[in-house]
Write a protein that binds this ligand. Structure first.
Ligand code: SF4
Length: 417
């Protein structure tokens, strides 16, 4: 296992920084993830990938994504992690070759046939074992290592205690661990609820999240929904290991994965930039790092469910579930994306993303600087006519602001509750 930290100029610094791996549901999200600090992104092609509704990439899109990511020193991993049925077999070889030719850095696979095929083709790309295989122990990881796999993505059900032991027992293979995102109440995707309810196969990218639907619960003939008789759901709170990043860095995890190819641009930017800042701050001076609640509060601004720590400590309790309450978390509203800033005129050009109006307080967040705040005094449209409200999706508008902002910074409307 590589050395994790070193004394440099009398100060301990982390020399083995984990990769921050972010989801990319489309090309725009890929670019934002990279610009906000992802070391690598993962995306799905139109074939052989889970999350079939996540606006998956064509080969041309993947090529553009690879060119953009490599230009910014980030890697691209492509999911090829469906559980294959016989009628899915045709065309895999050609597809893997095309990904390799494009320069994709890794594929994420679940079906043993794709593992075997990828290795037999002697491709340049790495082969990573998907979380879909629910790998939770060191012997299984050694099995995949013996097959020539380059990395194993842990099942989300792996506890921190197990991660530490496994890291010691398996020092020579890359290990990837989920740090943030939605939980599945079955072993990731190994679930047939969706198949039964809507003929959508969770193992071929079609999960319809049926576990989060509302149900009436009966024991024999008696309805036992629980408190208040409100409908019952099987959904979990979302995982956020923000307060455990230091331990995970110190135990030598190679890659920290953020879930959410279906999530919004605002979610990607917020989550990637928060973990980027946290990892960098800790690695620069781990012995004097003090965890602040700023990181968790920042993540909450893009959340739509309350957070939990998943299986990090042990099995989740009833507190980590949303049995009788969907517990939709208030989401801060993403209202603008900066597309230019004129320093002389102190005027930013933005793309409207949600309704806002004069008098609203806006928080701008950025990969380049700390969050800044201003009140919208004036709004101009492209004809230089002053308007009171921004209510046209994607409209280009101009707003005076006397603090420097950067292209691709994002603005949220501040809620005072
Ligand atoms: S329905 Fe729920 S438990 Fe089943 S695969 Fe989908 S998210 Fe997981």
């Amino acid at each position: 296992m590589k050395e994790i930290s070193k004394i440099i100029d009398g100060k301990r610094v982390i020399v083995k920084k984990p990769e921050l791996l972010a989801p990319a549901g489309n090309l725009e999200k890929l670019k934002i993830a990279v610009l906000y600090g992802a070391d690598a992104v993962f995306l799905g092609g139109k074939e052989f990938s889970l999350r079939s509704a996540a606006s998956n990439f064509s080969l041309e899109d993947i090529q553009q994504g690879v060119e953009f990511a490599h230009k910014h020193h980030s890697d691209v991993h492509v999911t090829c992690n469906i559980i294959l049925h016989n009628d899915n077999l045709a065309g895999i070889k050609e597809y893997l070759q095309a990904l390799d030719d494009i320069g994709v850095d890794a594929i994420i696979v679940a079906d043993p046939y794709i593992m075997m095929l990828a290795k037999s083709m002697h491709l340049s790309l790495e082969v990573h074992v998907s979380t879909q295989m629910s790998t939770l122990n060191s012997s299984a990881i050694r099995f995949y290592q013996n097959l020539g796999m380059d990395r194993v993505v842990f099942g989300r059900e792996t506890t921190y205690e197990d991660v530490k032991v496994i890291r010691q027992k398996c020092p020579d293979i890359d290990l990837e661990y989920f740090i943030h995102g939605a939980m599945c109440i079955a072993y990731s995707g190994r679930c047939m609820l969706s198949n039964y309810f809507s003929r959508r196969d969770a193992n071929r990218g079609g999960c319809n999240q049926s576990c989060r639907w509302n149900y009436d619960l009966y024991e024999d003939d008696q309805q036992v929904n629980g408190e208040g008789d409100v409908p019952y759901t099987m959904g979990s709170k979302d995982m956020a290991l923000v307060n455990h990043i230091p331990e995970l860095i110190e135990c030598g995890i190679d890659s920290f994965k953020i879930e959410g190819r279906m999530k919004s641009l605002h979610y990607i930017a917020t989550v990637v930039s928060t973990y980027r800042k946290l990892i960098d701050a800790y690695c620069a001076d781990p012995d004097h790092f003090v965890m602040s609640d700023w990181y968790e509060k920042e993540l909450e601004k893009s959340a739509n469910r309350a957070f939990c720590t998943g299986f990090f400590y042990d099995h989740p309790t009833a507190d980590e579930q949303l049995y009788n309450n969907r517990d939709e978390h208030p989401t801060q509203e993403f209202v603008m994306r900066v597309i230019d800033y004129d320093e002389d005129k102190q005027m930013m050009k933005i793309e409207q993303r949600n309704y806002f109006k004069k008098g609203d307080e806006i928080e701008i967040f950025s990969p380049h600087q700390s969050n800044l705040y201003f009140t919208v005094e004036k709004i101009y449209n492209e004809d230089n006519v002053e308007v009171d409200v921004a209510n046209h999706p994607m409209e280009i508008l101009y707003i005076p602001v006397n603090q420097k902002v950067y292209v691709n910074d994002m603005g949220r409307k501040v809620r005072h509750e």
